[in-house]
Design a protein around this ligand. Structure first.
Ligand SMILES: [Fe+2]
Length: 745
């Protein structure tokens, strides 16, 4: 892990509010903190240049460092489990769907009592394994039957104190011809285990040290682990195949029913003692169980068919570091993008955050809405080889050099696959997200002068641009919009969405629609915006969930029957498939994807329309139909690139909208989005699909929307010191959009 890393507990704060900063410093080395307001986060020396304003703060200076760790792998933490009533014997059983059965030792459930007593039900390369340890020694017995991956099995561990045996068994729910994967085995117990009170876990092996982290994490689904006493293994296995037992069933010690509390981190024991616990590190819930019939797809209609939790050995949640400092935002700090810079003898890092205006402060007319929910979802996108690839340039530019692929301890993003091949659907911000930094670039830019930057680094171009043009603005975040809705935007005439506002919650879309409904103006300066739905966890507000249902440009797809979010029971996937297409909100929507390469827009005849006379102000001679704009850019060498959005009235684009410019891209590495394709042919000529449409339209409430529909667009703003034809035109849009004179469609 990089020797100096930090994260904050919130994306934004107002003057007077505080932000907690968690830091890990290798070897407990002291670290220095300093604060800065970011004017431009892009480290490219050939671009506008990294610029910040130092912001003195009482907590700037040297602080003691603390070496802190992360722990990967999800599991269920159970309370102290009293097994002293199991003197007549004990059967621990579960239904499992292992995803990496050949990978080695993985614990399905474990218990550790006093004096070294331990029992665990595991899988290993030789099938299901039972282990018991105590003072008398260790006993291990395995079925010797290799498990088939992604198949359901009922499994058990049984201790018979009368016979003095430890038994283990596995039985597939469906036959697998050619695989002898059913079996059981028994062996003599060494010693005489006397179960009392102990620490218990599901999906990992409890650590011998009570303060330690569990090990031997399990990959796959676990359904309804149960403990019985006074019951034979066969009877317990029969019960496992049947309906969920009643809590009062004779002999039932514990039964964890994962179909209860699906949106939560709670793991419910319906047995007589209530040994309920907590899911740690965000395993995935609302997973189809062994009894899923296919008749229902919405888990909330039949939760008992979604009684499985999928655990992964690389899941991550709240890493839980001790705070290094809690800094209060001084009253005189203006709204903007900020960073706390960290430096130790071993390395440097920075953590960006946003200062919002105080409640009582006068507001600017413009709010820059930083797409922090999309940053959050993309946090720690591991791309193998990128660290090595980018290092020389990062060092040359004095930029951040650490990358997710070289820091696997920080976990994955929903753009990655878990180690077992399943898609990552959870995103935690309670950990360092090291690719969401200022003074950071994402990729080697194909343009020799380009930045290859992304995220806050290019969103800060919008700050830089407005600052240079003398247009006052505040900065707010997606997380604020989610929490406060349209009320957040109420003071503002104009809301500017930045480079890549791809992920939205229902509350966020409601907020933006509310802004437009009251006559607010909106500029969307990105591409592939308003695309996926995401949902916050109510209990763990640092966690987001994504279900990649149906189709769309995506790195993985949800499994059949798992298209509804665990966190709130709602349907997941593209907003377009949920009835709220981007085209309806902003006039254009995702149409084509390609490499990080930019192309110019060609100004359309509509630019001469009197409705957009404001666009041409002072630019009459140049901004004419056929003119090219955005022909250079610091993101891929041009304004229209990477991900392109088109105007399409069939998907909800307003018919009265004016397309003032378009970029039709003819390049073999650009393709239409798959959600537009039904057969082997595309539904329209490629020039109608691989295009970016710059769209203007008035809203019924006297407001207006201006959307550029390109991911690389903001990279063209800084060209020639923000004084090029495209940027002058965009400045005209801003000036008109903050003019209170209503628009008339
Ligand atoms: Fe994206």
């Amino acid at each position: 892990m990089h020797p100096l890393l930090g994260y904050v507990d919130r994306w934004s704060a107002k003057p007077g509010e505080s932000i907690r900063l968690m830091v890990s410093s290798a070897g407990d080395a002291p670290f220095e903190a300093r604060f800065a307001r970011i004017i431009c986060g892009d480290p490219n020396p050939r671009g506008p240049g990294y610029r910040e304003i130092a912001m003195p703060h009482p907590l700037a200076g040297t602080h003691p460092g603390l070496d802190q760790k992360t722990h990967l792998g999800s599991w269920a933490r159970l309370p102290l489990l009293d097994l002293s009533g199991c003197a007549r014997g004990l059967v621990l059983c579960a239904t499992i769907w292992p995803t990496t059965p050949a990978r080695g030792r993985q614990a399905i459930a474990s218990w550790r009592g006093a004096g070294g007593a331990m029992l665990s039900l595991e899988i290993d390369a030789d099938g299901v394994v039972a282990r018991v340890e105590d003072k008398g020694g260790a006993t291990r017995v395995a079925t010797g039957k290799v498990l088939v991956e992604r198949a359901w099995y009922d499994v058990f561990l049984a201790i018979d104190p009368v016979a003095g045996t430890l038994s283990v068994g596995q039985r597939p729910r469906e036959a697998h011809p050619g695989f002898a994967d059913s079996g059981s085995a028994s062996t003599a117990l060494r010693g005489a285990p006397a179960p009392g009170v102990g620490r218990a876990t599901i999906a990992a092996l409890a650590a011998a040290d009570p303060a330690g982290k569990p090990s031997h994490h399990y990959n796959g689904k676990v359904e309804r682990p149960c403990i019985w006493t006074g019951l034979g293994a066969e009877d317990a296995m029969a019960a496992q195949r049947g309906a969920t037992p009643r809590g009062t069933a004779p002999g039932l010690v514990a039964c964890w029913d994962f179909s209860i509390g699906i949106p939560t981190l709670d793991v419910a024991d319906i047995g007589p003692h209530g040994f309920s616990g907590t899911a740690e590190n965000l395993p995935t819930r609302a997973m189809t169980g062994s009894n899923w019939s296919g008749a229902e797809h919405r888990w909330a209609h039949a939760p008992s068919e979604w009684g499985a939790i999928h655990f992964h050995d690389d899941d991550i949640g709240d890493v839980g570091w001790a705070p290094a400092l809690e800094f209060r935002i001084p009253e005189d700090w203006p709204s903007g993008i900020y960073a706390v810079h960290l430096k130790s003898a071993n390395g440097f890092d920075n953590v960006p955050f946003v200062v919002r205006p105080a409640d009582a402060a006068p507001k600017a007319k413009v709010a820059i809405l930083l797409p922090t929910v999309t940053y959050h979802v993309y946090g720690n996108f591991v791309r193998p080889g990128w660290g090595r690839n980018n290092r020389a340039r990062a060092l040359e530019w004095g930029a951040i050099t650490h990358t997710p692929d070289e820091n696997p301890e920080l976990g994955l993003s929903p753009y990655n696959f878990h180690s077992d091949g399943s898609g990552v659907s959870m995103a935690s911000m309670a950990r360092p997200m090291i690719d969401k930094r200022v003074n950071h670039f994402e990729m080697m830019d194909p343009a020799e002068y380009g930045s290859g930057a992304y995220w806050v680094n290019v969103d800060s171009y919008v700050v830089d641009w407005l600052t240079r043009k003398g247009i006052p603005h505040d900065v707010v975040t997606d997380h604020d919009l989610h929490a406060e809705g349209a009320a957040l935007l109420e003071p503002y005439s104009l809301v500017i969405c930045c480079q890549h506002p791809e992920y939205h919650t229902t509350e966020m879309l409601d907020g933006l629609e509310g802004h437009l409904a009251r006559g607010g103006r909106l500029m969307y300066l990105g591409g592939n915006g308003f695309y996926w739905k995401t949902v916050f966890n109510k209990q763990a507000p640092w966690a987001l969930e994504i279900r990649r249902a149906e189709n769309g440009i995506r790195t993985w797809a949800t499994e059949v029957g798992e298209s509804y979010h665990a966190f709130d029971g709602s349907y997941g996937g593209l907003w377009r498939k949920i009835g709220r297409p981007a085209q309806k909100l902003v006039g254009n929507g995702f149409s084509a994807q390609g490499i990080y390469l930019g192309f110019p827009y060609t100004v359309a005849d509509a630019v001469a329309d009197p409705r957009v006379a404001f666009l041409r102000e002072g630019l009459e001679a140049e901004l004419r139909p056929g003119a090219q704009i955005g022909e250079r850019g610091f993101m891929g060498g041009g304004a229209a690139g990477h991900e392109l959005d088109r105007w399409d009235p069939r998907l909800g684009s307003p018919r009265h909208a004016l397309i003032v410019a378009s970029a039709v891209v003819d390049h073999p590495q650009f393709k239409p989005v798959n959600e537009d394709r039904l057969g082997f042919l595309w539904p329209a000529p490629l020039e109608d699909l691989i295009r970016s449409d710059m769209v203007f339209f008035e809203t019924p409430a006297g407001g207006a929307v201006f959307s550029v529909g390109s991911m690389n667009f903001v990279g063209a703003l800084p060209i020639d010191g923000y004084d090029n034809l495209l940027t002058r035109m965009m400045t005209n849009v801003v000036r008109r959009f903050i003019d209170p004179a209503p628009f008339a469609p």
